[in-house]
Each structure stands twice: as structure tokens, then as C-alpha cells.
Design a protein around this ligand. Sequence first.
Ligand SMILES: *Cc1c(COP(=O)(O)O)cnc(C)c1O
Length: 409
Amino acid sequence: MPDFPANGQSLIANRPSPYAWVSKSLNTLKRADWYRQVPSIEGSQDGWITVDGQPLLNFASNDYLGLASDPRLAAAAIEAIETYGTGSTGSRLLSGQRPLHQTLERAIATLKGTDDAIVFSSGYLANLGTLTALVGPRDLILADQYNHSSLKRGAVLTGATVMDYGHCESDAIAAVLQTHRSRFRRCLIVTDSVFSMDGDLCPLPQILTLAEAFEAMVMIDEAHGTGVLGDTGAGVVEYLGCRGRPLIQMGTLSKALGSLGGYVTGPKDIIDFLRNRAPSWIYTTGLSPADTAAATVAIATLQSDPERRQHLAQNASYLRKQLDQLLLDLPHLSYLKRFPSDSPIVCLQVKDAAMVLSLGQQLKRAGFFVSAVRPPTVPTSRLRMTTMATHESPQIDQLINQLGQILRS
Ligand SMILES: *Cc1c(COP(=O)(O)O)cnc(C)c1O
């Protein structure tokens, strides 16, 4: 079998290759500075990482609590592998589940103060499966315009009418409900809790009040809230005083919980319904024993180790404060703007994609790993800096000093 011709030429002379459009599209991405490459990291993820042999201070991780390299999680994962093996070998409905899965689901429900929980193989799959189970072509989805890709794709998959509202604008939600709610069977309002590329929070209390008034369901994506916000680390629902309100919470085990997988938690009937109707749970292999065990221990550390969460919150507010101070010293660069943030995600808007790439590269040369985020992931190019519980304030000072030097030159 010949390989696909790499240059887009057909093997048969004078015939255009049906794949020629791919290299053209790639070139368009490159010209727009939208082309992406995957950085390779050596060693474990922590406050420090090694990229191409160079040690870098890591401000690009979602491992907010530093649990992904925690020996307690690793020990639990190894023990689970020794007991149950590496794979979970099939869909839980067909191949059965391990006691580990139920232990994890209990732990999630206890953390969140909900009836029950269901774990998916990733957060992305949790969103696709939950949305497609809950709504269909006769229904309406109201979605924040900055929702995560998995919510946007999932909404399209449902076949429902999808109406995006302006970022965090609860007045806009009210207006749409007023005008359109009565034309549809079910209605679902869906939003990130912490917006992953901005760092701000959704107006959950207002959303819940509107949902009650207009008989709408609410689904909130706590991917960046779980383990990070709230007195017990339960997330934005707890942080904003909305525990016990009628809503469906989704989240991931892959960020602050340092493992892999996604979950949905809420009223018993809804979780039961998802076990019967969520295709991305029914037709995919269950979470591996190692990931399941690691996530369970991660949830236990939220309770046993609250200092980590406190240290994380201190680091986040220190990073925001130092960045604001730097911007006060650079009034002539008026395009620089820090996004409002209530989380460890702190973003600095810059001029354009070329500038954010250059900043990212210069910071890397100076020993800092920071995400340069560009369209189409976000509407405007920005440096995305995330703090971890394992950072110390002098490291944050170093980052901000270096950023200042680069911006001044
Ligand atoms: C990361 C993320 C997801 C997907 O979670 P995975 O477990 O990584 O698939 C979903 N929603 C949001 C907001 C995220 O940031």
C-alpha cells in the first residue's frame, strides 16, 4: 500500500489529489499565526517542568493543587492496577463495574452534597453524553457564548435549537426566555462555572432564579471550579451559595483532581437516566482502575489538606495583584488588559496572535511556561497564566518581572 502523497499530489499523473486541500488549509493556519504545535514535556507535571531539556516554571497547568504528581495518588493508582489490572475492558453496562467506580461516585456525590454521580471516561464525553440525553430537536438550549468546546459541540449534537447569549449576561438570558421559552418543550441553560480561557465566574444565582421562573433545567460545567473554589473545594456552586438548588453539575477529574475522567452529579433520577440514555457512557469503556483510584484519593485530600486550596487562592490573588501593578507601570501599552478573574486563571489580553506567540516564546527562553492562547480558541489573543498551590510567591514575582522586561523592550 502506498502512503498518502505528502505533497498533496495524486499518484496518478495530472489528477488533483482529494487530500490536496489539507496542506492548503494548514498553510492558511500558518499564515494567520493560528497553527498549533504540541510542546513535549519531560518528567512529571509540577510547579517545575522540563521542556526540550530546559527547566521551566510551570504557569500553564490545570493541575491547580499539584495532585497530578502527588505520591498518594500514584500509590493508589499502582495498588488499583495490581488488584484489577490496567484496563476496565468494556462498557460498565456490559462488562460490569469495579467497586472502585462506585466508591468514586459516592465520593463525588458526598463532596457536592448531591444524591448520586456518574463518572465518564473524560469531561468532554460527560458533556456530550449529558446534553444529548437531556434535550433533543423539540427543545431549546441557552448557552454562554464563551462556553467550552465540549458544551458547544454537545449542544449541536442534540439537534436542539441553540441560542448563545452574551458572556455572563443574565439580562440577555431573561430576554431570550421571555421571547422564546414557550415555543419549546424542554429548555436547558448551560454554562461553564469558571470560564476556562477568561477566569471569571458565571452569574449562577441569577441563572437559577430565571430557570425556576421559566421552567428551565440548568447544567453547570465545574471543570475549573472543582477542588479550587468553595469552603470544601466543591466548586463554584458552593462558592456562590447555591448548594441544594435544582441543577445538574458536571466536572472533570483531570484538572485539580490530578487524574483523568469526567463526572455528572445531581438528583438521583437524573443520574439514573444518564446511565440509561447517555451514549458516551453506554458505548465506551469505563474509566480505568488506576484513574478511578487516583481520583478517589484526590477527593479525600480536598478534605484532609485544605491548606493546599488556601495556598492556591493566595497565589491567585497575588498574581492578579502583581500583574495589575505591572500594568499601572505600562500605561502607554493601552491594548494590554487583565481579564476579570475569581480563579487561578489569570489572562492578559495583548495586541494580536503574533504578539502573544512572541511573548510566549520569550518567556519560555527566560524559563517560564505560559500558554499563548489565540483565535479560534478565544476571540482575542491572550497570555493565560495559571497558578498552582505548589508555587511560591517569589516565583510569581519572577514571572511578572520577566514579563515586564519583555513588554518594556
Ligand atoms: C477541560 C474541560 C473540559 C473537558 O474535560 P476533560 O476531562 O479534559 O475532557 C470540559 N469543560 C471545561 C470547561 C474544561 O475546561
